[in-house]
Design a protein around this ligand. Structure first.
Ligand code: SR1
Ligand code: MG
Length: 422
């Protein structure tokens, strides 16, 4: 397959894609009238905006290597296949949540999809202190619906096993997460970087914390072995595109079968980093506090929407092999079924808290950082924000089974922000 592959460029795209009917309808019949811009700012792929008389589309193409690092780090093109399969499943499980797929070419590792407009990446919106109406509801519903409907709670056993087998092939992207998220940050790995010397002391203390490393490896074991549902796999603030009142999810190339709490945990970890970064982005103290409160309210509401939707689906769509109605509702044991659903949500909560803490660590200690923090040029300011994230992350990982609810996570974030013991 990789023999036919050739990376597109702004110069070659029009001639290479002009025969596709989908481009004719969506962009225009005459490729001479197309304008092509490469806008990829992620770590892995080429992303083109193609505009013409009839409209515009996104053309996303995988590169045979990690763009962030270069061709010294090869990465298989088949990640486009997993992204395509994840996108069509997410659309079926939560209609309207992801861009519509217009065309997929496996040999070119290329997906043509709906251009979201006038959407921008969520972290650009938050770095400018702008709120997004409905963000919590959209993301809570997305996380709950994709989690529930991609699992043995809902799917036919054969379909779920076939999907688990399909996504088990996404080996190299899982390896990136296993290495960059769960391992490298906790020792002096080659590709790591952190704000130095300001963070050297706290980084050394984290890496010397044996109990922390054990807890992180417990979470990594959940990641590798608990194939509960199809996860997006990389649900951070760069994988969400927003307007002031609309949110859509993009980029599921890291999709895999993993723990229920993985996606929502990564997402909340990113929100918490944005929370601690805000004082460096919003100069006015009152405006900053207001925006930080909004981020915490988004976290709280995302989780409450998740729980509500998960339980709604539990009551109305529990058609899979787990907790069958034949054992509960059909026997008049509806209370036991409710209790089981709530217990499962309790387990998901503990996991999400752990994943959130680990995400906060890896974005400060590992290879791939987040713009909210990395864009801060004053290293002392940046280090102060990062130190809060590192401490909160450690607290969350170590206490994930003891925290009583999202209120406790939010209270811990507020304490970390004011410099109290998280
Ligand atoms: C080498 S890829 C680094 C990171 O970028 C992606 O967006 C994932 O978050 C991955 O961990
Ligand atoms: Mg991505």
């Amino acid at each position: 397959m990789e023999n036919d592959y050739k990376a597109l460029s702004p110069e070659t795209l029009a001639s290479r894609l002009s025969d596709l009917e989908v481009m004719k309808w969506s962009v225009g019949a005459d490729p001479a009238g197309w304008s092509v811009r490469e806008v990829g700012d992620g770590n892995l792929n080429l992303v083109f905006i193609v505009e013409g008389k009839a409209g515009s589309v996104i053309v996303k193409q995988a590169l045979p290597y990690v763009r962030l690092v270069g061709d010294s780090w090869p990465l298989p093109l088949k990640r486009a296949f997993f992204e395509y399969h994840a996108l069509i499943r997410q659309e079926a499980r939560d209609p309207g949540s992801v861009p519509a797929v217009l065309h997929f070419d496996e040999s070119q590792a290329l997906i043509i999809m709906e251009r979201l407009q006038p959407h921008i990446i969520l972290r650009q919106q938050t770095m400018e202190g702008r709120k997004v109406e409905g963000l919590a509801r959209t993301m809570g519903l997305f996380a709950a619906r994709t989690a529930f409907r991609g699992s043995d709670l809902s799917m036919k056993a054969g379909d779920k096993k076939a999907d688990a087998a399909l996504f088990a092939g996404n080996v190299e992207l899982c390896d990136i997460t296993e290495t960059l998220v769960f391992t490298d940050p906790y020792y002096d790995a080659e590709m790591n970087r952190h704000t130095t010397p300001q963070l050297d002391g706290i980084v050394a203390a984290l890496r010397a914390d044996e109990a922390l490393k054990v807890e992180v490896q417990h979470m990594k074991r959940a990641f590798t072995s608990r194939g509960e549902t199809m996860c997006h796999g990389d649900l951070h603030a760069g994988s969400i595109m927003v307007t002031h009142d609309n949110s859509r999810v993009i980029d599921p190339e890291f999709a895999f079968y993993g723990p229920f709490g993985f996606d929502i945990g990564m997402l909340i970890g990113n929100y918490l980093m944005a929370y601690h970064a805000m004082p460096a982005h919003i100069a006015d103290e009152a405006a900053c506090r207001d925006y930080q409160d909004w981020i915490l309210a988004v976290i709280d509401e995302t989780w409450s929407v998740y729980c509500e939707e998960f339980m709604r689906l539990w009551r109305t769509e529990r058609t899979g092999i787990l907790y069958p109605a034949s054992l509960y509702e059909d026997q008049g044991h509806g209370f036991a079924s409710e209790a089981a659903g709530q217990q499962l949500l309790g387990e998901i909560f503990c996991d999400l808290v752990g994943f959130a803490g680990i995400e906060m660590h890896r974005r400060i200690l590992g290879l791939a950082h987040v713009a909210e923090l990395d864009s801060l040029e004053d290293e002392d300011v940046r280090a102060r924000c990062e130190a809060k994230c590192l401490k909160l992350g450690q607290m969350l990982i170590m206490n994930r089974n003891r925290l009583t609810g999202m209120d406790a996570v939010i209270a811990a974030a507020r304490r970390a922000e004011t410099g109290e013991q998280a």
